[in-house]
Design a protein. Structure first.
Length: 145
């Protein structure tokens, strides 16, 4: 349904909590370099998967590693460090033998869960349709030569 048909202005997002900048769009032309860095971090595929995996509570490194398909130990380490640096994940070292390290979402990290999980849910719901579009596009590209 178009914005006109729904009775809303195009820059208003009905029934959502998304703030749309005046004039429409996402405001990317006015985004500071800091905002872009935050979006780079939270929009990264591994960060989103790590945050989503930690949504159920604290996990050990090996639990995260086994719970996120396709991530290498190095990528998990690098991403956890960045998420900790940004204040989204906390790291707790327990003085036991063998050493135990737990990772969990901080209060700030928990505020990020609703949009991250909504994006993951959207991706899961639309993966097949997107794959179909890709296949049709690729077939047309092959026909064009």
């Amino acid at each position: 349904m178009s914005a006109a048909a729904s009775g809303t202005h195009p820059s208003q997002a009905p029934d959502t909590h998304v703030r749309v900048p005046d004039g429409g769009g996402c405001g990317a032309d006015h985004a500071s370099s800091e905002v872009r860095r935050v979006l780079d971090r939270v929009g990264d595929k591994w960060s989103a998967l790590i945050l989503g995996t930690l949504s159920s509570g604290p996990l050990r490194f090996t639990e995260l590693l086994h719970g996120i398909s396709g991530i290498s130990q190095r990528m998990l380490t690098l991403n956890l460090r960045q998420l900790e640096r940004d204040g989204l994940v906390s790291r707790t070292v327990h003085a036991v033998v063998p050493p135990r390290v737990d990772y969990e979402l901080t209060d700030l990290g928990r505020t990020l869960l609703p949009p991250v999980l909504a994006l993951v849910e959207w991706a899961m719901e639309n993966t097949e349709e997107i794959q179909g579009h890709r296949e049709r596009f690729d077939a047309q590209a092959d026909d064009r030569g």
